[in-house]
Design a protein around this ligand. Structure first.
Ligand SMILES: Cc1ncc(COP(=O)(O)O)c(C=O)c1O
Length: 403
């Protein structure tokens, strides 16, 4: 058996492709607005993270173009050495101020930010308590941490009793960080930060929140999960991405100046990777301008997601409760999930199909997500088409429909 035999025998994607139900790596032939072009035809996009619809905003596009004209296409180096331009420093000041923290540090992706902050902050024998459903970037950070003998303790998803049980088992004087997504990316659940911050105080822990799906979506003016609960001063570090609300690519961490300064000099994900491109930072700064100047976009996004949540529930779908831009529709069986995915696509609607291991077995679902720039016509079409297909496939539940 050779190393690559597992690759040669990996046929599931080919099988799905041959049946026309492969939902991944689908090519988009223009910008990612509420309607995209796929295979040369218009398709309503109900699966994007472009939450405020800013990737095509004139101010954002112009900022990227001007940045390329002034700085060229790349900084060709890490922030540490030759890769820092004035735009990086400007964004760090802007984002720290927006988030009400002393300082910020930009990374080249949100993944690198999540992966890059945990291990450098911790020493041998200290503890990281991590939600089992945390994003892969935090999981990668935990793996690095455990490779240098930091204790990684995984607790049940968003389960306050389990967090407390595990905190109690660690001596009070030991250093620990609780790491949680603010909004969990698969089901859109919101971390109980109001209570987690209380536990952190009681048991002498620091808190790190990954707010990729909360930034621009919930909390005062879109400032994320801690602001939603009014506990922003009790959350020590927030890591986040430019790739969703901020309409770009890159990531950041905000926190105390001394902590950020330490990370600046200790995080391999920062030091050994080229800095975000001038166009990426310029467009994120411009997207932040729009977010600050037009906070009503955050409300429109919530309105849009609620329209779908209520509309599909009325139709009889099993729709998860929520208050974010993510609206998961539970289908159950993997094959049924891929079938409805394909039928939706044929009707001109793109959503994401999530099956095990991304979901618990038997919980295959369509993970839909919305933008502030969807209009009522888009939303009404989504509900109508879903209902038609739900009836056809026997997915509608009379109990749900009665409510
Ligand atoms: C919760 C969460 N954290 C981090 C990331 C990574 O962000 P980026 O796309 O900037 O690497 C994502 C994006 O998928 C995410 O969903």
């Amino acid at each position: 058996m050779g190393v690559f035999d597992k690759c040669y025998n990996f046929n599931r994607p080919d099988d799905m492709k041959s049946r026309g139900v492969y939902p991944y790596f689908r090519e988009i032939q223009d910008s990612e607005g509420p309607v995209v072009t796929m295979e040369g035809r218009p398709v309503i996009m109900a699966g994007s993270n472009n939450y405020l619809g800013l990737t095509t905003h004139p101010h954002v596009k112009e900022a990227a173009i001007k940045a390329i004209e002034k700085y060229g296409t790349s900084c060709s180096g890490s922030r540490f050495l030759t890769g820092t331009i004035d735009l990086h420093n400007e964004m760090e000041h802007r984002i720290a101020k927006f988030m009400g923290k002393e300082a910020a540090l930009l990374f080249s992706t949100g993944f690198q930010a999540g992966q890059g902050v945990i291990a450098p902050l911790m020493a041998r024998g200290e503890y990281i308590l991590s939600d089992r459903d945390n994003h892969a970037s935090i999981v990668a950070g935990n793996m690095l941490a455990s490779s240098i003998n930091i204790n990684v303790v995984r607790y049940k998803h968003n389960d306050l009793e389990d967090i407390e049980r595990r905190l109690k088992a660690i001596p009070l004087e030991e250093n620990k960080i609780i790491a949680t997504d603010g909004v969990f990316s698969t089901f859109g659940t919101v971390a109980h930060l109001d209570k987690i911050t209380e536990l952190a105080k009681q048991y002498n822990a620091q808190i790190l929140v990954d707010d990729a799906h909360a930034f621009g979506v919930i909390g005062q003016g879109g400032r994320g999960t801690a602001y939603k609960f009014g506990v922003q001063d009790d959350v020590d570090l927030v890591v986040c991405t430019f790739s969703k609300t901020l309409a770009s690519i890159g990531g950041f961490v905000v926190g105390e100046e001394r902590v950020i300064n330490y990370l600046k000099h200790k995080s391999p994900a920062l030091i050994f990777s080229a800095s975000p491109t001038p166009a990426s930072v310029a467009s994120a700064i411009a997207a932040l301008d729009v977010l600050e100047q037009e906070p009503e976009r955050v409300e429109k996004l919530a309105w849009n997601a609620n329209y779908i949540r209520q509309g599909l529930r009325k139709s009889g779908f099993n729709v998860m409760d929520g208050e974010t831009a993510i609206v998961p529709i539970i289908i159950g069986d993997d094959e049924k999930c891929f079938s409805i995915w394909r039928m939706l696509y044929d009707e001109g609607i793109f959503v994401n199909a999530f099956v095990s291991p991304a979901t618990p077995p038997g919980m295959a679902m369509l993970r839909t997500s919305y933008m502030a720039t969807h209009n009522e016509e888009h939303l009404a079409k989504i509900v109508t088409v879903f209902e038609k297909l739900g009836k056809k496939l026997g997915l509608l539940d009379e109990v749900n429909r009665a409510h």
